[in-house]
Write a protein of this length. Structure first.
Length: 358
């Protein structure tokens, strides 16, 4: 039980990435059916707001602090640049590139988050200590894995492709879904995707500071989802004038909206904010590659998508990088506790060697 208690944050992030894997599969199916990506974001955030609001009211009715105008403005900007724009840019980029490229480049989020956190001095980096070197090595491995997946395909692995003829119609493509009449471009899509990841990484990094100003986690998440609903609605109405885009039937689109709204924008956001408070933004971002690996495996099993050697090799590098960062982070935390214990207990400085060997 003690071990399980110490690994709560890790288990929460693994569960979060399982939710994101499901989001990738369901949202892909909804967009393939012709659903507008801008409208999808609106319904997703609105569903999350409705699902979270009762819990925020009941559980934090006496805990939520007063909301000043300055704090509200900060939350509004975080919602705009961290949630609304990141999702709109991400789904817009999918119309100009492939889903495979999107899944590969999402692995750059840990590296981007790490750089932003270090620049803002929210993440410590001691180049001379083993835990600092492990964190750097882990980020490099994750970035290398993303590059391998993006640039190297290799031979296909047909081990998991066991019922392609049953579920996949002849000639169907399952790795990309550009919008009607739109062609994939080599520059626009990647630039939009990269901008989306910078926006999301910035949101992750700034959450820890936002929690100091407004510590009610559920209420903060609900308010951000509400503001994002309003913001994305304005963008959707301004860009997409087709009224039929807003019609939802009892189909995969509705299932995808409910799943992404309740479980992804609702549950996963709360879990991530909690983990950011406990472990920091870099710790949270390092788990993002897991959803891509899980999505690739499930897609190969269910949709019979081809899994290539380059994807497997990149996945191994990503998992290795994740392990190095988590190991370095745990060693850093342990060393900080030992240093604090030595400082408070008055132990001579020559005992600091014990910290280095821990």
């Amino acid at each position: 039980m003690a071990l399980l208690s110490n690994q709560k944050a890790c288990l929460a992030m693994i569960f979060t990435q399982l939710l994101y894997a499901g989001m990738a599969l369901l949202s892909k199916a909804a967009l393939n059916k012709g659903m507008s990506y801008l409208v999808f974001v609106v319904y997703r955030q609105a569903t999350a707001t409705v699902a979270l609001a009762p819990f925020a009211y009941i559980l934090e009715r006496g805990k939520a602090s007063s909301l000043s105008f300055i704090v509200f403005c900060k939350i509004f900007l975080l919602s705009l640049f961290g949630l609304t724009l990141s999702m709109d840019l991400y789904y817009m980029a999918l119309r100009h590139t492939s889903a495979t490229f999107a899944s590969a480049t999402i692995n750059l989020i840990p590296a981007i988050t790490f750089v932003i956190a270090v620049l803002l001095r929210m993440e410590t980096l001691n180049w001379r200590r083993i835990h600092g070197q492990c964190k750097i090595l882990g980020v490099v491995l994750c970035a290398s894995g993303a590059i391998v997946i993006s640039l190297y395909q290799g031979p296909p692995l047909k081990l998991l492709q066991w019922h392609a003829q049953v579920l996949s119609p002849p000639g169907a493509s399952s790795v990309s879904y550009p919008g009607p009449g739109e062609k994939k471009t080599q520059i626009k899509g990647p630039l939009l995707m990269f901008a989306a990841f910078i926006s999301w990484s910035s949101w992750v990094v700034t959450q820890s500071e936002m929690l100091k100003a407004y510590p009610a986690k559920l209420s903060l998440t609900t308010l951000q989802c509400l503001l994002s609903t309003i913001q994305s609605s304005v963008i959707a109405v301004a860009v997409d004038r087709n009224r039929n885009s807003w019609i939802l039937g009892w189909n995969m689109q509705l299932i995808s909206v409910i799943y992404c709204g309740v479980l992804v924008s609702g549950v996963s956001y709360c879990l991530q904010i909690w983990c950011i408070e406990k472990k920091g933004p870099v710790y949270v971002s390092m788990f993002s590659p897991l959803s891509v690996i899980l999505t690739a495996i499930v897609s190969a099993l269910i949709w019979s998508e081809l899994l290539y050697f380059g994807s497997v090799l990149g996945g191994v590098l990503i998992v290795g990088g994740l392990y190095f960062v988590l190991w370095g982070k745990s060693k850093e935390t342990r060393a900080a506790r030992l240093e604090n214990a030595i400082a408070t207990s008055g132990v001579p400085k020559d005992k600091m060697a014990e910290v280095e060997s821990a």
